[in-house]
Design a protein around this ligand. Sequence first.
Ligand code: FAD
Length: 320
Amino acid sequence: MKTLIVALQKNGTLVSATFELIEAAKQLGGEIVSVVMAGDASTPANELASRGGGKVLAVSHAQLQYFNDEIYANVLADIIGKESPNLVLAPASFYGKALGARLAAKLNAPMASDVKQLALDGDKVVATRPQYGGSVVSNIVANNGGPFVVTVRPKVYPESKDGAGEVAAYSVDESLLQSKMSIKEVKAESGGAVNLTEADIIVSAGRGLKAAENLPMVQELADSLHAAFGASRAIVDAGWTAYANQVGQTGKTVNPKLYIAVGISGAIQHLVGMSGSGTIVAINKDKDAPIFNVSTYGIVGDAFEIVPALTNKFKAELAG
Ligand SMILES: Cc1cc2nc3c(=O)[nH]c(=O)nc-3n(C[C@H](O)[C@H](O)[C@H](O)COP(=O)(O)OP(=O)(O)OC[C@H]3O[C@@H](n4cnc5c(N)ncnc54)[C@H](O)[C@@H]3O)c2cc1C
């Protein structure tokens, strides 16, 4: 068994889901190869090595500074041709899914996306993923011996903290670094300070907040818990907040330890993006709102009274 980890970085810092992929690979057993591509990949490569990334291939080039699925897939295909892994793991983030799909197509390899569990059945990898909005769970097995390209949902596996690793610089042919597009500038998305898919706590707002002017009240609650700010599609479509914050079927899938839904009804398209959260707290003035069917704790009441009270309480508790 040989697993290749696609370690994605932003501004030279590895995304935390990378360490979860290492943990998933460790649990399967066998050899681990990690690949990090960056303008200068040496720092993230050293971190990968110290966290159990196994044989860590550091690919440094100016063309690799920003995520570009076309170029990244070229480089990975080149490495996969030499390393022959059975399994290729990437995070099921927007970037990871785009890259995984392109890579699988390039390699004519089988792919499973948004996987929640990996196991071995003999020498075959079984990837378990929810489908049809979570109403069925599929076990997917690749029959070609590999490579099997899998994106793994963030926050399902714990992070690997340590383990064996050794860095080797890997140079690629310039011809692999050509792309039909060139990235001129990357601006931080206008969301909260905490990344939604990597957050342990998310506070999300919905149409029950009535107007964009009232969202800072929810952002303040999020800030008091060092949480990320999420949103229902209703308020993204209304232009109250950025699409980057949307949770759900056509937004992000999240698995935080704590998810607080404020003024969100709990439509199925929202639930599929967050129902895997550890503890769910819903604040809604309608006691029959469907969000209460999935919530661990429900507060039936007016968000305009409850949210400021919670914020004050959390601020006082966390300060003391
Ligand atoms: C193809 C498709 C894809 C979709 N993808 C997504 C997606 O990715 N994410 C997503 O979220 N939706 C998605 N939707 C939309 C989804 O169906 C719902 O329309 C949307 O989730 C509703 O958002 P909401 O809960 O904020 O608003 P509403 O359904 O209008 O709910 C507002 C809630 O606020 C409560 N409320 C009102 N006032 C207060 C108050 N003062 N205090 C407390 N509570 C109050 C109300 O009781 C109500 O339950 C999708 C729909 C389709 C068709």
